[in-house]
Design a protein around this ligand. Sequence first.
Ligand SMILES: [Zn+2]
Length: 569
Amino acid sequence: MPSSAAPSVASAHRKLTAPPRLPKNGMRITPLGGLGEVGRNMTVFEFGGKLIIVDCGVLFPEEHQPGIDVILPDFTSIRDRLDDIEAIVLTHGHEDHIGGVPYLLKERADIPLIGSELTLAFITAKLKEHRITPKTIQVEAGEHRKMGAFDLEFVAVNHSIPDALAVAIRTKAGMVLHTGDFKMDQFPLDDRITDLRAFARLGEEGVDLFLTDSTNAEVPGFTMSERDLNPAIDQVFTTSPRRIIVSSFASHVHRIQQVLNAAHANGRKVAFVGRSMVRNMGIARDLGYLTIPKGLVVDFRKIQSMPDHKITLICTGSQGEPMAALARMANGDHQIRVGEGDTVLMASSLIPGNENAIYGIINKLTDLGANIVHKGNAKVHVSGHASAGELVYCYNIVRPSNVMPVHGESKHMHANAELARRTGVPEDRIVVAQDGTTVDLVDGRAKISGKVEAGLVYVDGQTIGTATEDTLAERRLLSGGGVVTVVALIDPKTNQPTEPLEFITKGFVHDDKTFEGASAQVDKALKRAKDDKIDDIGQLEEIIVEAVSGYLRRTYRREPAVMAVVVDA
Ligand SMILES: [Zn+2]
């Protein structure tokens, strides 16, 4: 479905420069994350010199980003304008929409956070762990809120977490409608459906720019209802002989409600396992988003003394996160020892990039004797995002003047653009942007105006933004071929080693012969260096590194990280 224009977007983006001054009557929309990737969603809206931010999430690292905890949006372009931020609107409580908030509030703590009850409860609990007490403004669907020159209106949308909102942003430049993440389940567990009547009303008024969730734009038809999962979940509870271990996102309140209902109906008890699961389910219960029958949920310590066929454990780790409960169980590194006859129900999606980790866990749990029920072999998961059919409905209902696909990899955004095109939105009014692209809405037309910095900001333990692409390249090199350090005692007069070279290795397999040839190459290279009158220690070290790397590559097809230390003899 992607159009022939697809390949040109990236190259066009590369050629962009800093945007010109924004016209007085214009609004600038700058996505800082979530375009071209699934995660770290963040969009900045500027009007009259002031800013509204919608969402501030994190992206989870992939295998090629070793040692990284999370990836943040790049705050560079707003860093000297923090005081201009009127508020951060949080559309819902998923990590890829709220996870970056603690890091932004570390730069300015009193930026108001606007969101629904559950969203604010989740972010407030998270911020508490960072010792930040936020300024919050709780809103409900249907409500208006004026923040400076921005008039915000909130619209109920249905998603894989309760209490999600779309937001309409009105300024003198026009009206922008941002769906956030959404789908159109007509029979959700809480009966709170996406408010298409409000979408239609806003469309009647005139939506100048429509930002829509692209995640499932390639999926034809309609996303199934959460309720359609009930039979498969029930099946697990009626047939499992021993313990049932359920892994899910710690925020998927409705999925967990379904599990609780099935456990209750089948005479089992439930314990929540893992800090974020216990915390979020406590919040959801206290606020009335989760209904827990009396006596159903028991403490983790207490449940262990119960007979296996009475036990349900609900834990995190459905994405293969190495530190989460499920991965530790699979590695035999958790109090819960998974064994013969246990059933593991993985009630969640497979986020691209996590597949290998998840399949690894499934294999390990199977080896331990467990029966694994997952979306590949049972109907235990539906997506939280609108499929193509739902998106088309939205375009036809809203009839936007301009469209800007958001949230998704490039192929998802192009598929979404194509849907808009098919509903009659003119080609030149569909803006496929990337992270950092600035889009200006002026006189009813949305156009790309330039770009700002929007790189990946890595969080590595306590350090933020210090690890770079080079750091990761080095880490990959270390993990790939190991390390070889060459220590050379060199006579400064002759530039020749006074003793045999010493090779120190980590993670590099070798025998004595491996380095004999390398030493000969180094001797040759040093002789050449002497002829060229090179005597700088740094240069000599480089020459040694090149000689050894080249030799190992040519002779053994191996590429360890090679370092050299030259010491004057
Ligand atoms: Zn979401």
